[in-house]
Design a protein around this ligand. Structure first.
Ligand code: HSE
Length: 285
């Protein structure tokens, strides 16, 4: 196995791999070989030379994020017959022209790209396909969920975001979270799994509003009225075309997306045969 990246996700993956054992890791690609990393007691070979990671691997695990560099490195592995596992929602959403054929050919596993370890890619690509989809409403960004939760409790937005970064929720550039783009990347992936296999990224990106302008006092006013603000990613419509949106929504506190608990990711899917299905769990951190 070759591994790209040892940042927040990569280091956590290495610690997990150490617990499981039995995997022969060629090398781990990093920008700065000398940097101290919390990867447990195990010391895989860190390198800044992609050749040492890619040459002859059976499986490539891509955890560097971003679109262009990740796509080029994955292309090298895929072209030489390796299987790829990636948590890269940005590349999957924005780089579908390249990634689509690898995904359709069964060469890429990407369960962790949406809702982390909570399984949604498998169910949407598998069992739920037995129903005609009607709608999906989801909380897909842990950072925004965490920031809104802390706002409800009286913290201001900047303080809450700093805490989310410390806990490992946020992207390297947290504006991707705050502006709703991360949730939109994930929504685009889900849309292609169960609604429209060729959903263009540009269509999803056209309907995105994040939490940057959310006023903490307004959030607390809603709590006092028995309602909650949530950043909701939605797909609905069908008929003459699926519509998508990511935006803050006021929902009653009795709504399933609120009852799953603060800070959690959740996905509510409605299909004609299966009815309403709710999947919830940790999605970041
Ligand atoms: N920044 C992401 C989030 C990480 O806050 O949900 C998990 O994809």
């Amino acid at each position: 196995m070759g591994i790209l990246g040892a940042g927040t996700v990569g280091a956590a993956f290495l610690r997990l791999l150490e617990r499981h054992g039995g995997v022969d890791v060629s090398a781990v690609l990093v920008r700065d070989v000398a940097k101290a990393r919390d990867v447990g007691t195990w010391r895989p070979r860190f390198t800044d030379d992609p050749d040492l990671v890619l040459d002859g691997v059976d499986v490539l695990v891509e955890l560097i994020g971003g679109v262009d560099e990740a796509t080029e490195l994955v292309a090298r592995a895929a072209d030489s017959g390796a299987r790829v596992v990636s948590a890269n929602k940005a590349a999957l959403a924005e780089g579908w022209e390249r990634w689509g054929p690898w995904v359709r050919g069964g060469r890429v596993g990407f369960e962790a790209a949406v809702m982390a370890g909570t399984p949604v890619v498998g169910p949407l690509a598998g069992a739920l396909r037995g129903s005609r989809p009607i709608a999906l409403h989801a909380l897909l960004n842990g950072t925004c969920a965490f920031v809104i939760d802390r706002m409800e409790g009286g913290m201001d937005a900047a303080e809450a975001l700093a805490e989310a970064q410390r806990l490992g929720y946020a992207e390297a550039d947290p504006s991707i979270d705050v502006d709703g783009v991360d949730a939109a990347h994930k929504l685009c992936i889900l849309a292609r799994l169960a609604f429209d296999p060729e959903m263009p990224w540009g269509r999803v990106a056209g309907g995105v509003r994040g939490i940057r302008d959310l006023d903490a006092r307004a959030v607390r006013r809603e709590v006092a009225r028995g309602r909650r603000v949530r950043l909701v990613a939605s797909i609905w419509g069908g008929g003459d075309g699926w519509r998508t949106a990511v935006r803050p929504v006021v929902v009653p506190e009795s709504h399933p997306l609120v009852l799953v608990g603060s800070g959690r990711n959740a996905l509510a899917f409605t299909g004609d045969a299966v009815g309403d299905v709710l999947i919830a769990g940790a999605g970041a951190g």
